[in-house]
Design a protein around this ligand. Structure first.
Ligand code: XMP
Length: 518
């Protein structure tokens, strides 16, 4: 646990809500540092963290479920303010001696609450006024613990918000962290600044300053290797390190032949021209393609690419000389220990980043972005002067176009997909959608269909368009792109990409589909 340098920090204890990361993002947006830890984090660890305030998240369980997440009262009784949200509030009421019971009707969605207070948590609100909030719960508080008072109520929740008279324990039945609670951010800010007394010290410039100082100190005279992919996370990591340790950093860019058109050249030029950074390009296109010959199974493709990447990267790194560290662009969502009540989840896809490398090469990891959410990593990129086009880049999978070519990856099929993808991205940019959607890309299907061009019968490939909205890639929905734009994309692809006579649109959400097709 870290972050003391920012003066105040909030601890979020996670009871498994789908909104826990959103609470953290709202706190960070208010320039207060926070970390998410599982609800069963030991009291000693919590004391070590020394939080300025604690937030108990919501969660899917009912207090009365067998196996419902419970914590010791001592865990939250550290003398610092506590805010319970949804399950967190019910749990707070329960351990403080109140009565929680199943509500007759599950309350889900927007609901009006009547606010009965205008201080502390509800500072800036008007007593007696209705506010809209987002509810999502099955249990409700029937009787307050002694020493507590009601701050707001709704039709289904007589206790929609509460606090104790000492002003240290607060609870809200609704979700202030979601946008459907219009004044939710204000409630959270009241908790942070009025109740906990936090100061807004967490800014990206303070992060950059501290990180550069820490990196200098940590690396000393050793050498660091960093793999760059052209994506935001690895680029920000590389530039941050370059600012800290200069020539002691060696960057390696492996062109696996599965990138989009012009991509490898663009990345090389950017680092060379804008940063005067030396990037070692390893062109292994042919090597990767020969290994992928005849392979059609998605998992096998991913495994081959991951393995070959390690081989190629390792060989180049050894050629450059002995290094002690490997830098990676790991972000906070990959680090948060997730709360699971259902046991480990199944492997859906083997993700390829640089997994396995540190062990193979006996390198220690440096992960300067591991405290940051994606939007914060982007802000750091802007702070470091990276161009907006790079900072706002859509995610691109490690195995590249191989997982967007269903069936065998061949030079011809790569060419078709690259041409179609270029047109799709061009139209999405022209329509000003590039930064609004999460990802937009083309997929080449392993089927041919009959068409007619001029008077000729054709029998050619099909391209699928995948354009999705998402917050974090865990869930996604297909973007409702205006029909005229879809029509233009389809026309341009069919008219200009040789070998394609049909374009289809993917209208599946995740789950049950995934974003990539393989
Ligand atoms: P799926 O297809 O699982 O993708 O819904 C979720 C997000 O992850 C990206 N993705 C990857 N990113 N290495 C990566 O770094 C990978 O192997 C990989 N596979 C998928 C995908 O583009 C989407 O944003």
């Amino acid at each position: 646990m870290s972050g003391d340098i920012y003066g105040n920090k909030i601890l979020i204890l996670d009871f498994g809500s789908q909104y826990t990361q959103l609470i953290a993002r709202r706190v960070r947006e208010s320039h207060v540092y926070c970390e998410i830890h599982p609800f069963n984090t030991s009291p000693e660890k919590i004391r070590d963290f020394s939080p300025t305030g604690i937030i108990l998240s919501g969660g899917p369980a009912s207090i009365y479920d067998t196996g419902a997440p419970i914590i010791d009262k001592g865990t939250i009784d550290l003398g610092v303010p506590v805010l319970g949200i949804c399950y967190g509030m019910q749990y707070l009421a329960h351990i403080m001696g109140g009565l929680v019971s199943r509500a007759d009707d599950r309350e889900y969605g927007s609901a009006p609450i009547a606010v009965q207070d205008d201080k502390d948590l509800f500072h800036g609100f008007v007593k007696g006024q209705e506010e809209i909030v987002w509810m999502s719960h099955g249990d409700r508080i029937e009787a307050l613990p002694s020493g507590f008072t009601v701050l707001a109520s709704s039709r289904n929740s007589p206790v929609a918000a509460m606090s104790d008279l000492s002003g240290r324990f607060f609870g809200v039945q609704f979700h202030p962290e979601v946008v459907h609670t219009p004044k939710g951010a204000r409630i959270l800010r009241n908790f942070l600044f009025r109740i906990c007394g936090c100061e807004p010290l967490w800014t990206m410039s303070s992060f950059v300053e501290r990180t550069i100082r820490d990196l200098k100190e940590k690396v000393g005279n050793e050498r660091v290797i960093c793999g760059i992919s052209g994506g935001v996370d690895s680029s920000v990591t590389a530039v941050l390190l370059h600012k800290a340790i200069g020539e002691k950093l060696s960057c390696i860019f492996v062109d696996n032949g599965l990138l989009r058109r012009g991509e490898s050249q663009e990345v090389m030029e950017l680092f060379r021209d804008s940063y005067r950074m030396k990037v070692h390009l390893v062109d292994s296109s042919e090597h990767f393609l020969s290994r992928l010959k005849g392979v059609t199974d998605p998992e096998q493709k991913r495994k081959i690419i991951g393995r070959e990447f390690i081989t190629v990267f390792e060989a180049k790194a050894r050629e450059l000389g002995r290094a002690r560290y490997l830098a990676q662009g790991t972000l906070y969502p990959d680090v948060i220990e997730s709360v699971s009540f259902k046991g480990p989840s199944a492997t859906i896809k083997s993700h390829h980043n640089v997994g396995g490398l540190p062990e193979v090469m006996n390198l220690s990891l440096i992960e300067p972005l591991r405290e940051l959410f994606k939007d914060e990593a982007r802000l750091v990129g802007l702070e470091l002067g990276l161009p907006k086009e790079l900072v706002m880049r859509q995610p691109f999978p490690g195995p590249g176009l191989a997982v967007r070519i269903l069936g065998e990856v061949t030079p011809d099929r790569l060419e078709i997909l690259r041409s179609a993808d270029l047109i799709l991205l061009d139209e999405i940019r022209r329509a000003d959608l590039y930064e609004k959607v999460w990802q937009s890309f083309a997929v080449l299907l392993p089927v041919k269909t009959v068409g007619v061009m001029g008077d000729e019968r054709t029998y050619e490939h099909v391209i699928a368009l995948r354009i999705v909205d998402s917050q974090d890639a865990m869930t996604a929905d297909w973007t409702r792109v205006p029909h005229e734009i879809l029509a233009r994309i389809s026309n341009r692809i069919i008219n200009n990409v040789r070998g394609v006579n049909r374009v289809v649109l993917d209208i599946s959400s995740k789950p049950p589909s995934t974003i990539e097709w393989e």
